[in-house]
Design a protein around this ligand. Structure first.
Ligand code: SAH
Length: 245
């Protein structure tokens, strides 16, 4: 059944306007009597019937509240250094499926792609749209937030200030600390995964991340492509600390 993320709180009747109403009426060609799943701002989920249509609004009537929270107990955030366009799109989509609550696109020294401010803002919008679509498709009860493109230095500074949060640094040159051992020590609710670009991290970046408290870990003896590393990182952390498996 179609899923709609509603900016507001669940009620006995709700009026949908704007692009969602347009989509229901003109793209889905919805008819009175059809039902959709509504997810509100507090992750409440309900089955709603479309009971009335006006030119620019659809009225929904509550039929059944559902116990359907699909959110992970951990707040998993992927800080992903910019990848070539199709790879980044894919990583954002899969991060939603793997239960992340946020993606921070990170600009670092060895990123091959370079966006000016205008292009970066357009990309953020595009990734957010991809994330919203993925959330509907995979039955999430909350939307993932895609942040604006952030410089790695700003990311490091911001993460240093976070409480009840750890920064896990997936570093291709780490050969001692395995992610498996490290994850077993984590108790923080928020877990941020930093994954490099195709070109990897510079030595100066690695040093700065570690000085700020980032914990460098290895995913094993093979060098993974950045997108493989991102999806593997999300999966193993969600498996060990969250709700996967
Ligand atoms: N060009 C680099 C590899 C970059 S791989 C080189 O040849 O050394 C891209 C990113 O994937 C890395 O920056 C890192 O974040 C992640 N990654 C790849 N393999 C990894 C591994 N075995 N352990 C931890 N992170 C890894």
């Amino acid at each position: 059944m179609r899923r709609l993320f509603y900016k507001g709180l669940l009620a006995d009747t709700i009026e949908i306007t704007g692009s969602d109403a347009h989509h229901l009426m003109h793209v889905m060609r919805a008819k009175a009597g059809q039902e959709i799943i509504l997810v509100d701002d507090e992750n409440q989920v309900a089955r709603m019937e479309m009971t009335a249509f006006r030119e620019d609004a659809v009225t929904l009537t509550l039929r059944q509240r559902l116990e359907a929270d699909t959110e992970s107990p951990i707040d998993l955030v992927l800080a992903q250094c910019l990848l070539k366009s199709d790879k980044m799109d894919m990583v954002v989509q899969k991060a939603v499926e793997l239960g992340a609550v946020g993606v921070i696109p990170v600009r670092s020294q060895n990123c091959v792609v370079r966006y000016d401010a205008k292009k970066a803002a357009a990309r953020q919008q595009r990734w957010q749209k991809i994330a919203d679509e993925a959330a509907k498709q995979c039955g999430r009860t909350a939307l993932l937030t895609v942040d604006p493109v952030t410089d790695i230095k700003a990311l490091i500074a911001a993460e240093k200030e976070q409480e009840d949060s750890v920064l896990v640094f997936f570093y291709e040159n780490e050969d001692q600390q395995t992610v498996k051992d490290y994850l077993r020590q984590i108790t923080a609710k928020r877990i941020v995964l930093l994954v490099g670009p195709e070109g990897g991290f510079s030595l100066a970046e690695a040093k700065a991340v570690e000085e700020a408290g980032g914990k460098s870990v290895t995913l094993g003896p093979r060098i993974l492509r950045a997108e493989t590393a991102a999806l593997t990182a999300l999966s193993v952390v969600q498996y060990e600390c969250g709700d996967l498996g």
